[in-house]
Design a protein around this ligand. Structure first.
Ligand SMILES: [Zn+2]
Length: 313
């Protein structure tokens, strides 16, 4: 029997990652290139098609390519194969990406939101294997969310569901890019870590962070590892707000598992107990006891693995 492969791609604002993957989740070949993030959409279609053609050539002895899937940083109309809104790649707004690729590669094309794809990737090959009702949070530049109920992604009527990053956790809080204020994203993303460190810096004149050239989330993490009081305070604050957000999610969904990934999750030991404290004191006892809150396992591959899984469906 011929081995069936799919090409799964993860379209980031900076990097475009693509891989040929088989039905068992084995990754054969992979490509990483810069995303043509200035547009126009045709440039991006060219890059995706080229990546797919290269992978097809490199894996021609290993199997036959059955489909191509794309994890997109934005809202996707799954049925139409179009992108409704992509804040970091605005030239893709209302673009029918699936049709545009299909004209060039005659295989089925599947689009999915990147955070949904990451949730599926973790369910298929990562931290949530054998779990069917789970939530996935990706704490990166922003905060992405994916909801899987009984093994199915919940996309909402317009493909706009699972915006966990925009749960409001501080009504009069910091303004968010979405137009609201006090969203989880402005307290639990890498961007938020940097902002909160800058805000608190005047109170901690002897902080290790006062000596770095440029405060990044990674620097806050590194200084935290060395016991820097300011950095630990930032992660405490972040954990507090994350815990409030998780409490609402636990009360709302009664999930088996909440998987937390993205770069900020590296600071796990510094924030998770502060989050647990909020869950312990605020959430309903039965779902709080049921849920497992765990770090993601697939790393940067979660999106391509989830996209591959969908392509095999
Ligand atoms: Zn928001």
């Amino acid at each position: 029997m011929t081995n069936e492969l799919v090409i799964a791609t993860d379209l980031g604002g900076t990097h475009l990652r693509a891989a040929a993957i088989d039905r068992s989740g084995r990754i054969y070949e992979r490509i990483k290139l810069s995303t043509p993030n200035k547009g126009p959409a045709e440039e991006l279609v060219n890059a995706l098609v080229q990546a797919a053609e290269t992978l097809r050539l490199e894996t021609k002895d290993k199997g036959i390519i059955k489909a191509l899937s794309v994890a997109v940083p934005g809202s996707v109309n799954f049925k139409e194969g179009s992108i409704s809104q992509a804040p970091n790649l605005p030239f893709l707004n209302d673009f029918r990406l699936a049709d545009a690729i299909k004209e060039r590669l005659s295989v089925p094309i599947i689009l999915e939101n990147d955070a949904n794809a990451a949730a599926i990737g973790e369910m298929w090959q990562g931290a949530a294997q054998n779990y069917k009702t789970l939530l996935c949070l990706t704490l990166g530049t922003g905060v992405g969310g994916g909801i899987v109920l009984d093994g199915e992604v919940w996309r909402g009527l317009d493909g706009m569901a699972a915006e966990i990053g925009h749960l409001i956790i501080e009504p009069e809080g910091h303004p968010c890019g979405c137009g609201s204020r006090g969203c989880l994203e402005v307290y639990a993303s890498a961007t938020a870590i940097v902002r909160m460190a800058r805000e608190l810096l005047p109170n901690y004149s002897d902080s290790l962070l006062s000596k770095v050239d440029k405060i990044t989330a990674e620097e806050v993490y590194n200084c935290g590892i060395h016991g820097d009081a300011l950095s630990l305070e930032v992660f405490k604050k972040m954990g507090y707000y994350l815990g409030i957000g998780l409490t609402s999610l636990i009360n709302l969904f009664n999930p088996e598992m909440i998987v937390i990934g993205g770069g900020v999750a590296d600071g796990w030991e510094m924030f998770i107990n502060h989050a647990y404290e909020q869950i312990r004191t605020r959430a309903f006892k039965i779902p709080a006891k049921r849920v497992q809150v765990v770090p993601a396992k697939c790393g940067d591959d979660a999106g391509i693995l989830g996209a591959a899984y969908l392509a095999f469906q």
